[in-house]
Design a protein around this ligand. Structure first.
Ligand code: ZN
Length: 145
């Protein structure tokens, strides 16, 4: 696909070729056809860009849910032959949905060794923290008596 600058360069080249006397008329004709095709492509791209912007804005305004479905600026938009388009976005999927450890940042498979939605390693860590907290609480209760 040609951009506007490439198209302008092609037009300038066509003008130069028209000024040459020795050019093959058939070659010049083919070149002109290529330039016209390039112009159509540029126009089509501009139309597509407008439609893609409209689909992106509709996705953000009507479908985005913060923390669940988000669209980045400049997201890919794929125009469909049906009446619509696919807009690239980010869908949140929880660790629970994926059967993975629910401890933030862990992402390990649930190995059957853990509990409360945590893998064995994270469940052990959580248990140690719970025990330490219980001991600290009992100690502070004894001191306050
Ligand atoms: Zn884990």
């Amino acid at each position: 696909m040609l951009d506007s600058i490439s198209f302008a360069l092609l037009q300038a080249a066509e003008k130069q070729l028209q000024n040459l006397n020795s050019i093959n008329p058939r070659a010049l004709e083919e070149f002109g056809a290529a330039v016209r095709q390039a112009r159509e492509n540029v126009d089509e791209q501009a139309e597509d860009a407008e439609a893609k912007t409209a689909y992106f804005e509709a996705a953000c305004a009507q479908h985005a849910i913060e923390g669940d479905l988000e669209f980045d600026e400049g997201a890919d938009v794929s125009l469909s032959d049906d009446a619509g388009a696919y807009v690239q976005g980010w869908k949140w999927v929880s660790a629970e949905d994926a059967d993975l450890c629910g401890e933030p940042g862990c992402h390990k498979a649930l190995d059957g060794e853990g509990y409360d939605g945590r893998c064995g390693t994270c469940a052990d860590k959580a248990e140690k923290v719970r025990i330490a907290a219980t001991k600290a609480m009992r100690k502070s209760k004894r001191k306050s008596k």
